[in-house]
Design a protein around this ligand. Structure first.
Ligand code: PXL
Length: 262
């Protein structure tokens, strides 16, 4: 039997293949895993334009998850775009039996600003999904929505809110500071028990960042599926996505992350 680690990504399909489950598949395979997919919605989009979203029936999302979980040795699960309160609830019901690591990327808004979640689903994240989460990976926008605070623009505010969220839910928070003011991007990991670590790197200018959030959370999940401890998985995931951005290539007028890193 192969010992390739298996994980499940529960995510939407991005037809332009930069984000969503396509990003998850590319990162997962590039990092030596076998990612399975439970599809939540099909999004008709390119970077900068979301033209339409067709959600799956929530029961059918749960059915995909059940079949994958009962058929494969699943080491970790990642959630991306879940979209509706019904889908979030259906996912939570299946996660309750799962004992491995659960990485939740609380996808809310596309880079271009379009909503990728129904407003009513945010409360279900808070009340039902985050309590089953090992690592939550909000960007600044998602962090402020989950904390119900004003937009966050500084590292100090990001640290304060991530610490509060970690204390409230008892899960690790990786707050992504890609949208902080200044030329440095700082990402902060806050763990239950109080340990905090941050990583900073210069911003790569002029590259569209479509799909970087999905790629990061998937890379972290892949490293967790390999058995790495959380801190190492986060650090290596950040390196992976930074390389993918630095070596991105242009396809027509669209920047695509380079998952081969060269
Ligand atoms: O990057 C967030 C994201 C997640 N999932 C899907 C998406 C996007 C962004 O466009 O399309 C399916």
């Amino acid at each position: 039997m192969s010992n390739t680690p298996v994980y499940i990504t529960i995510a939407g399909s991005d037809c332009s293949a930069g984000a969503g489950l396509q990003a998850d598949l590319k990162a997962g395979f590039a990092l030596g895993c076998y990612p399975l997919t439970a599809v939540t919605c099909v999004v008709n989009e390119i970077p900068g334009l979301v033209d339409g979203i067709v959600p799956m029936e929530a029961d059918f999302v749960a059915a995909q998850l059940r079949l994958c979980l009962s058929s494969f040795p699943v080491k970790a699960i990642k959630t991306g775009m879940l979209y509706s309160p019904e889908i979030v609830r259906a996912v939570v019901a299946e996660l309750k039996q799962f004992t491995g690591a659960v990485v939740v990327d609380p996808v809310m808004i596309a880079t271009a600003g379009e909503a990728l979640i129904l407003q009513e689903a945010i409360a279900v994240y808070e009340q039902e999904l985050i309590p089953h989460t090992t690592l939550l990976t909000p960007n600044l926008d998602e962090l402020s929505r989950l904390c119900g605070c004003e937009p966050i623009r500084t590292f100090a505010r990001m640290q304060e809110q991530a610490t509060a969220l970690c204390a409230k839910y008892g899960c690790a928070i990786l707050a992504k500071g890609g949208h902080l003011e200044g030329t440095e991007c700082i990402d902060l990991l806050v763990q239950p028990g109080g340990k905090q670590q941050s990583w900073s790197h210069p911003r790569t200018e002029g590259v569209s960042t479509h799909g970087t959030g999905c790629t990061l959370s998937s890379a972290i999940t892949a490293y967790l599926a390999h058995g790495l401890p959380l801190e190492q998985a986060v650090e290596k995931g950040l390196t992976y996505v930074t390389n993918a951005i630095a070596h991105s290539h242009r396809l027509g007028h669209i920047d695509a992350l380079n998952h081969h890193g060269r």
